[in-house]
Design a protein around this ligand. Structure first.
Ligand code: GYE
Length: 306
């Protein structure tokens, strides 16, 4: 069952469709670009956007979704700060017959009828790709390669799945060893702080897996302050491929970047329009990804808008 029926045309709104969108926050370059993408695509599709920013606060975000139900919006969408806590408000949305589209991240509810569709990246495969790069980069060395991981917000889907994907591939190589981890909350300051703690606790660090560009860039600052040479000592792999990330890759301060596209606004608006105008929508829609080394970063940078 990978497709869901759209709504009856009889139920289609008479005026513009109203979409209530709750954004997780503004914690990273990725998130800012994601907000841009959603706002621009709503405008282009003539969808009225009721936008709220939860600023990284799970309780705020649930309150925002309740407010969308009270306002009788036509569709609700949100990028969850964390996976937990969604059952009650989503049952209320279902009772009010308001379709819910998850974007970017997932929720941990077993009842899949609580959402109509979800749009986002396969985070585990991003973790796989990050580990695969390091395994190749260190192949031929005796090992073990000591890796420290800088994690995103605890309880969010990409934090869990990027770590799982990385660990799964790392364990197959019997070369990479995750020796320590620290949360950096997706932000630059958080990444810098996390790296400082990891440096204090660990003598030999060969590589860093930072779960997003911003935390990786924060780690670069901490490593330079400790007289290390980030990009080679240690190698640093990140996820997102924002402009700042690709520029650091080109400058040799990051070693490799796995892309996770924030530009999912257009896919979201297509689902919203299809829901009300007779189309069928997919239960799961995957967003784009690629991988970058310094050479392909140089090619991509002129067109990178975020
Ligand atoms: O990688 C990070 C952002 O959920 C994919 O959240 C998103 C992640 C992204 O803060 O930069």
């Amino acid at each position: 069952k990978d497709e869901v029926e759209g709504f009856d045309l009889d139920n289609a709104p008479r005026g513009p469709i109203v979409l209530g969108f709750s954004q997780a926050g503004a914690e990273s370059g990725w998130r800012v670009a994601n907000t841009e993408s959603i706002k621009k695509s709503a405008e282009r599709n003539r969808i009225t956007l009721n936008f709220k920013n939860a600023d990284g606060k799970p309780e705020q975000q649930i309150a925002d979704v309740h407010a969308f139900i009270d306002a009788k919006v036509n569709v609700i969408s949100f990028a969850p700060v964390v996976e937990s806590g969604w059952g009650e408000v989503l049952r209320r949305a279902r009772d009010a017959r308001i379709p819910v589209v998850l974007t970017d991240r997932l929720i941990d509810e077993k009842d899949t009828s609580l959402w109509t569709s979800s749009i986002g990246a396969e985070f585990a495969s991003e973790g796989n790709l990050a580990a695969l790069y390091l395994a190749n980069a260190f192949s031929g060395t005796a090992g073990p390669v000591n890796v420290v991981e800088i994690l995103g917000t605890t309880g969010s889907t990409p934090t869990k799945q990027r770590a799982e994907g990385f660990a799964a591939t790392a364990s197959k190589t019997s070369l990479l060893k995750v020796i320590d981890e620290e949360t950096g909350n997706w932000s630059r300051d958080g990444g810098e702080d996390a790296m400082r703690k990891l440096l204090k606790r660990n003598k030999k660090i060969d590589a860093v897996f930072a779960q997003n560009d911003d935390m990786g860039l924060g780690a670069v600052t901490a490593l330079e302050a400790a007289n290390r040479k980030p990009g080679s000592d240690p190698k640093i792999v990140t996820v997102d491929a924002t402009r700042d990330g690709l520029e650091a890759l080109l400058a040799g301060k990051l070693s490799y970047v796995v892309e996770c596209s924030p530009e999912i606004g257009e896919q979201l608006m297509t689902v919203v329009v299809d829901l009300f105008h007779g189309g069928r929508v997919k239960k799961r829609i995957e967003s784009e990804k690629a991988v970058f080394d310094a050479e392909s970063a140089a090619e991509a940078l002129p067109d990178r808008k975020y």
